[in-house]
Design a protein around this ligand. Structure first.
Ligand code: FPP
Length: 266
């Protein structure tokens, strides 16, 4: 992942945005459900795991482009709470893949000012992966570039239940008046507490589902579904998703259209 140029202060430079994209109407936060790795591999007569390996390359390309094009946050669904029910060898392969990719890419992520975080129940992950996650999070915490959130052992319902539990505990201990609980106080208990909500959700492989991903945060996101399988997702597909996003009128439940740029600036 080595393509973003930086200024002398180490800030990423927004560069090379394709001319058919409106720089003033870029989403601040893009979320991605990376679907279709298995089908991509099967279509080539390869084991499913090769699809996951190719999926990593698509993710690296997407992260690099988003950082390069000035998008402030990218949140990717890497492993859901439901994915544990996959065959044991696939789960082990994915855990080892996450470890290997983190080890291989950490220096580049640091250099490119990417701030990486893992969202989910991390304690259930293999200890070696947990240690790498801790190291990567610490080493990139002060970086000024894109926020790269990797949802790992993540489930939207679980996140909501945990937030409700925390608020109940704070109320029971007298620290918080339950009458004061509002959307801001609730969302501050979510794993994405310091992130703006995604403006755009991209899902590959043609499935029209949210699949327990960012259930609260996607409330007003524009959704772009492409038939392309995740390993084939590339700059052309990302650009198509962004052009689609820029063509939408965002009303947030009201009557007057709000353009993406107004939403970002407000
Ligand atoms: C869904 O495709 C994909 C996954 C469950 C895994 C996604 C993980 C990666 C792309 C690797 C990311 C790596 C890092 C380091 C964050 P699928 O297997 O459900 O495909 P199918 O629907 O065709 O079976």
């Amino acid at each position: 992942m080595s393509c973003v140029s930086t200024t002398s202060q180490g800030h990423p430079q927004v560069s090379r945005i394709p001319s058919d994209l409106d720089i003033h109407r870029m989403p601040a936060h893009v979320a991605i459900i990376m679907d279709g790795n298995g089908r991509w591999a099967q279509a080539r007569g390869l084991p499913r795991m090769m699809g996951h390996r190719a999926g990593v390359e698509a993710l690296k390309t997407t992260l690099r482009l988003c950082n390069d094009w000035g998008i402030k946050a990218l949140t990717a669904y890497a492993f859901s709470t439901e994915n544990w029910s996959r065959p044991g060898d696939e789960v082990s392969f994915l855990m080892t893949l996450f470890e290997r990719v983190l080890q291989q890419e950490l220096d580049s992520l640091e250099k490119e000012q990417v701030q990486i975080r893992f969202l989910g129940d991390l304690e259930a992950l293999p200890k070696r992966l947990q240690n790498l996650i801790e190291e990567a999070t610490k080493r990139t915490a002060l970086n000024k570039g894109i926020h790269f959130n990797v949802c790992t052992n993540y489930g939207g319902r679980r996140e909501l239940v945990l937030a409700a539990k925390k608020l109940a505990e704070r109320s029971a201990s007298g620290e918080l008046d339950p009458a004061l609980i509002d959307e801001n106080i609730f969302s501050a208990e979510l794993l994405t507490a310091d992130e703006v909500d995604p403006d755009l959700l991209i899902r590959t492989s043609g499935e029209n589902r949210i699949s327990n991903f960012l259930l609260w945060q996607l409330a007003y996101a524009e959704i772009h579904v492409t038939e392309v399988l995740w390993p084939d997702f590339n700059s052309v597909e990302l650009k198509k998703a962004l052009i689609d996003y820029q063509s939408r009128s965002r009303r947030f439940g009201g009557l007057d259209p709000i353009s993406p740029s107004e939403q970002i600036n407000s």
